[in-house]
Design a protein around this ligand. Structure first.
Ligand SMILES: Nc1ncnc2c1ncn2[C@@H]1O[C@H](COP(=O)(O)OP(=O)(O)O)[C@@H](O)[C@H]1O
Ligand SMILES: [Mg+2]
Length: 605
């Protein structure tokens, strides 16, 4: 059994460990590119930060008439200038490449993780669905996280170099960092305040957009003209826009004032530092220049560092946490199944006291179900909508685990059988089938992946599903692209989709379990009956070697004319099995089945 944590309690993993894991993941994916682009982004930070030093040395050299120093400083300046450009280009290039490659690796990783979860509960629980949806959106931008991390380190390096340069003149100059903090604070605080005001005014802007659309788009055009409401729409839109813009503009002015004040504080500190160095310390012109040049950059460096960290925190860190969560979740569900799926059924399938409640809900959908399905049997399941028929089928496909009881396949608990192997033994079509918008041939052949391009197999499946007429009507037959959003794609009706889904369900030649969960609801009763008749014959070993396979066919239908051919009819009502037996037995019993059968038969007569 998979170990299951209670997902309500397991929140997202902590930020730093998630980021560390994401880094390791990127390192495994790109063991060379990662250090190269990280190293380059650090190197690229240096020339810029060292400019102040070269300038100081240059002035020192000129002042002291030291030709060598002047030459060295000049060379330093030149190298810095060239290196700034060169490193920018190469590190951008390396980062771009790293990002592209790591993005693909991460997308595959996330898709692989999702696919590795053998049950589908995570697709249905709201809290998981939200997380997965966000992760799907974020995985495309998760690669930014690394670059953002690299540039954060680059900014910190610049900042460090600058502070060291300043402190080399006098330790007190480190205080300039403190004077720069208000600008950092206001620049991180401003966007939030402005966004909040904008969000409060969102109804007005939405109204304005709506009015604009109404006034300018085709659907409303006729009525806008007949009623002559056009001018009014334009006026109302203008008013709505004003309602939005006025508070936003006021907020922008307000924050701009604070920001100016913060810059004034830094300016005062900066001027103070220059005065301190030149008048109090009576430093050399070179050192004064150093303070002028390095100090001016300080605020920009701090701002960039803080901004980049904010970026990381707000968005990309979140992405790495979701990814770490998905990794944990997938790992927590790692299959401990150790039994192989059987090659054929000898004893059949047994339900022993099976109960099931959908995760995150309170109501039992199956309650103490006991059934014995003999090898080779055709079993029909009937019951009202919501009785639990499809759920029973899903449990059989091992898409969920029963909460209580167990399903035995030839005496082995299904939970112990490897899901992937078991599903290879299943074929069938579902009520809520998926429309694979591929070429018709492929839309059918995905039912048996190893035979994706096996034309005769596809034709046989189409024939078995009675979908020949659908294919005949397609312009290019099996090669027709389905789905109108694709080039030369065609749309087919619901009933046609259903027949193709049915054909897909028949791709596998020798399944041990064939499930037909109302796959023919859109077909008429006669077609359905004929189809099922054909299957039942095959299943009973008429044509194929089913006699040795022991294939069990599960048929869900609410058409009793179809159902009656089954050798076991199971009546589900309110999550429980209320009756089970052959048509004759159930009729003789005079219970629910007999009553419903009577009603339908009367309707047909
Ligand atoms: N994924 C799900 N999550 C929560 N409840 C579900 C889910 N699928 C089905 N149910 C509920 O379980 C009950 C049985 O559904 P189902 O097995 O599909 O019934 P049937 O196939 O007999 O019409 C219904 O009440 C349905 O609303
Ligand atoms: Mg159903």
């Amino acid at each position: 059994m998979p170990r299951r944590k209670d997902p309500r309690r397991d929140d997202l993993p902590p930020a730093f460990s998630s980021m560390w894991r994401a880094l390791k993941r990127a390192y495994y994916a790109e063991p060379r590119l990662l250090p190269v682009s990280f190293g380059l982004s650090l190197l690229a930070a240096l020339p810029d930060a060292l400019l102040a030093l070269w300038m100081k040395l240059l002035v020192d050299g000129v002042e002291r008439h030291q030709r060598n120093l002047v030459m060295a400083a000049g060379a330093g300046l030149a190298v810095s200038a060239v290196a700034t450009w060169f490193l920018k280009v190469t590190s951008d290039r390396a980062q771009r490449r790293f990002r592209d490659r790591v993005a693909v690796a991460l997308e595959s990783h996330v898709a692989g993780l999702q696919a590795s979860v053998s049950t589908i509960a995570h697709h249905e629980r709201p809290e998981f669905v939200d997380r997965l949806a966000m992760l799907r959106d974020q995985v495309f931008v998760l690669d930014h996280m690394y670059i953002s991390l690299f540039s954060t380190c680059g900014w910190i390096l610049r900042l460090g170099v600058t502070v060291v340069l300043l402190m080399s003149i006098h330790p007190v100059l480190a205080l300039l960092v403190v004077f720069a903090l208000p600008t950092v604070f206001t620049s991180t605080w401003r966007p939030g305040v402005e966004r909040e005001v904008q969000e409060r005014a969102v109804p007005a802007i939405r109204l304005a957009a709506h009015l604009f659309n109404t006034a300018t788009t085709a659907p409303a055009g006729k009525e806008v003209r007949v009623t002559g409401i056009g001018d009014q729409l334009v006026r109302q839109r203008r008013e709505a826009w004003e309602r939005w813009y006025r508070p936003v503009a006021a907020a922008r002015w307000g924050t701009a004032l604070w920001h100016t004040l913060a810059w004034a504080i830094f300016g005062a500190g900066y001027v103070g530092a220059v005065v301190f160095v030149s008048s109090v310390l009576k430093a050399s012109p070179g050192n004064v220049l150093l303070v002028l040049a390095a100090g001016a950059r300080l605020s920009a460096y701090i701002g960039a560092t803080v901004g980049e960290i904010g970026f990381l925190r707000g968005f990309w860190l979140d992405g790495s946490r979701r990814m770490a969560w998905l990794e944990d979740y997938a790992a927590s569900l790692v299959e401990h199944a150790d039994a192989p799926a059987p090659e054929r059924l000898k004893d059949g399938i047994r339900f022993e006291h099976v109960s099931f409640t959908y995760p995150g809900t309170a109501r039992r959908v199956l309650d103490d179900v006991n059934l014995e399905l003999k090898p080779g049997a055709v079993v029909a399941i009937v019951g009202e909508n919501g009785a639990g028929k499809s759920t029973l089928v899903k449990l059989l496909c091992r898409l969920y685990q029963p909460d209580q009881g167990r399903i035995l396949i030839d005496g082995v608990d299904l939970a112990r059988i490897r899901a992937g192997e078991w599903r290879l033994r299943i074929a069938g079509a579902f009520q809520d089938f998926f429309r694979f918008e591929f070429r018709a041939r492929q839309s059918v052949s995905v039912g048996d992946v190893p035979r994706l391009d096996d034309q005769p197999a596809v034709l046989a499946a189409v024939e078995r599903a009675g979908a020949g007429d659908v294919v005949e009507r397609l312009a290019s037959g099996l090669e027709t692209q389905l789905g109108t959003t694709w080039p030369q794609g065609v749309e087919v009706s619901f009933g046609q989709w259903q027949k193709l889904a049915l054909a897909r369900g028949f791709m596998r030649d020798r399944p041990l379990l064939l499930v037909l969960d109302e796959p023919t609801a859109a077909l008429d009763a006669e077609t359905e009956h004929a189809l099922f008749e054909r299957y039942a014959a095959v299943a009973r070993g008429g044509k194929q070697d089913n006699a040795t396979d022991g294939r069990i066919t599960i048929l869900v239908s609410h058409r009793f004319s179809t159902v009656r051919m089954a050798e076991l009819i199971v009546v589900l009502d309110g999550a429980r099995v209320v009756e089970a037996g052959t048509h004759e037995e159930l009729m003789a019993k005079g219970g629910q089945y007999a009553e419903l059968y009577g009603i339908q038969a009367a309707a047909y007569r």
